[in-house]
Design a protein. Sequence first.
Length: 118
Amino acid sequence: QVQLVESGGGFVQAGDSLRLSCAASTRTFGTYAMAWFRQAPGKEREFVAAIHRSAGIISYADSVKGRFTISRDNTKNTVYLQMNSLKPEDTAIYYCAAGVTIGTYNNWGQGIQVTVSS
C-alpha cells in the first residue's frame, strides 16, 4: 500500500489559482500512475486528471482542460495539480490516487478541500 497525503487546498476567489501537491510514501513512486479526482457536495466522485508513471501519457476531464495541469516529480515522490482560472463549480474535496496503470487506482489520499467563491 502507498500512503498519499494531499496539501495546498484552501479558499480562493473565482479566477484565482491553487496548486495541490500529493506526497507518496513509497520508494517505487516512479512505477505508479497517478491521478486526481474530486467530489463536490451531493455528487459522485469524478475524474479530474491522470499522468502515466513516465509522464508520457496525460489525460484531463473536459471540464478542466486548458485550466488545470497535472505533473509529477519522481525525485520527490510527488504529483501536482496546478489549477488556474478557478470557478465556483471547481469547489470540491480533491483526492490523490495511485495505481499500477492509468484507470486502476487502489491507493487513495484522505482528500483536501478546495473552495472557490464567486
